[in-house]
Design a protein around this ligand. Structure first.
Ligand SMILES: [Zn+2]
Length: 305
């Protein structure tokens, strides 16, 4: 973990998608109408860009290929602001519902679109709804073959729709059949032997901020960097309501009006950077000299702060 202004450096990320693309409300009929719904992702992401600029903070934006195609100007603004562009896949299909061939096509298409737009290599991938689980580990070597350096899709918790209980909860290198891949799991806190999700999303909006800050400090106290995620639609309390299961509605619409203020408080209390900087930090610790073949982290990455 590195330090900026005396504060430990953590990782902040946003999954850039429309409010109607979330997996909890997914249906084939809704998928067919994506182009007919009111688009709100650009305005919501611009709100985030402004908030991050006010706090002089850079982050990783896992952009959906479908969104990038429609808002190339937004991607360029993100790059211009110094944020990392990473891949959320193309069509927000769960890995668990795809064949290996479909998955390869999805992550290749998204990477091509984003790299063509930004002129820079896309290093990271986050699966829709953290759908890299024990049943979809076949996806990891495909990510390596498609040129990804790291994945941030594993949530080491018990959850009804995703999660990999028992998975390694800290950043680590995985030896896949296609070569090494870095895994950067979402943050959890261990309380009384149980792993509690503290990474963001619905949990970020559910817990009172004082409790969330206490949990985040607990993780920080273990010496591990926080890995936080949110979505642009979580800063949009006026978004149109969608029908769906009651539990999904509760999770999706809970405290949307509080997200912006809480995020601002968190940015005051903790220091964040993009996920690529965490790998750069590891490289600076593990490599005493330029050694691309040994450490397998490209020299293009920042070598820590
Ligand atoms: Zn998503």
């Amino acid at each position: 973990m590195s330090f900026a202004g005396g504060k430990p450096m953590h990782c902040l990320s946003f999954d850039v998608e429309e409010h109607f693309q979330v997996s909890a409300f997914w249906s084939e009929a809704r998928r067919q109408r994506w182009d007919k719904y009111e688009s709100r992702v650009e305005n919501n992401t611009r709100k985030l860009i402004e908030l991050l600029a006010q706090h002089d903070t850079k982050a990783t934006f896992f952009v959906l290929g479908w969104v990038a195609e429609r808002y190339p100007g937004l991607v360029k603004v993100l790059v211009g602001q110094g944020h990392e562009i990473a891949s959320h896949g193309y069509g927000h299909e769960l890995v668990t519902t795809q064949s290996p061939e479909q998955f390869r096509h999805d992550v290749r298409r998204a990477k091509y679109i984003l790299e063509d737009m930004t002129g820079s290599p896309v290093l990271g991938y986050r699966a829709p709804s953290f759908s890299i689980t024990k049943d979809t580990l076949w996806a990891l070597p495909i990510l390596v073959e498609e040129g990804y350096l790291y994945d941030s899709s594993v949530f080491p918790i018990v959850h009804d729709r995703y999660g990999m209980p028992g998975a390694i909860a800290t950043c680590h290198e995985i030896a896949t059949s296609a070569g090494p891949l870095w895994e950067i799991p979402l943050s959890t806190a261990k309380i009384a032997g149980c792993r509690i999700p503290v990474a963001g999303g619905g949990y970020f909006r559910l817990f009172p901020y004082t409790l969330l800050r206490w949990l985040l400090r607990r993780v920080e106290g273990t010496g591990q960097p926080l890995v936080i995620y949110l979505h642009p639609w979580e800063l949009d309390p006026a978004q149109p309501r969608m029908s769906g299961p009651l539990l999904s509605q509760f999770r999706h619409y809970l405290n949307l009006g509080k997200t912006e203020r809480r995020l601002s408080s968190m940015l005051d209390d903790f220091s964040f950077g993009p996920l690529r900087d965490l790998l750069g930090e590891i490289r600076s610790v593990t490599c005493s000299s330029p050694c691309e073949s040994e450490c397998r982290i490209p020299s293009a990455l920042p070598a820590g702060r």
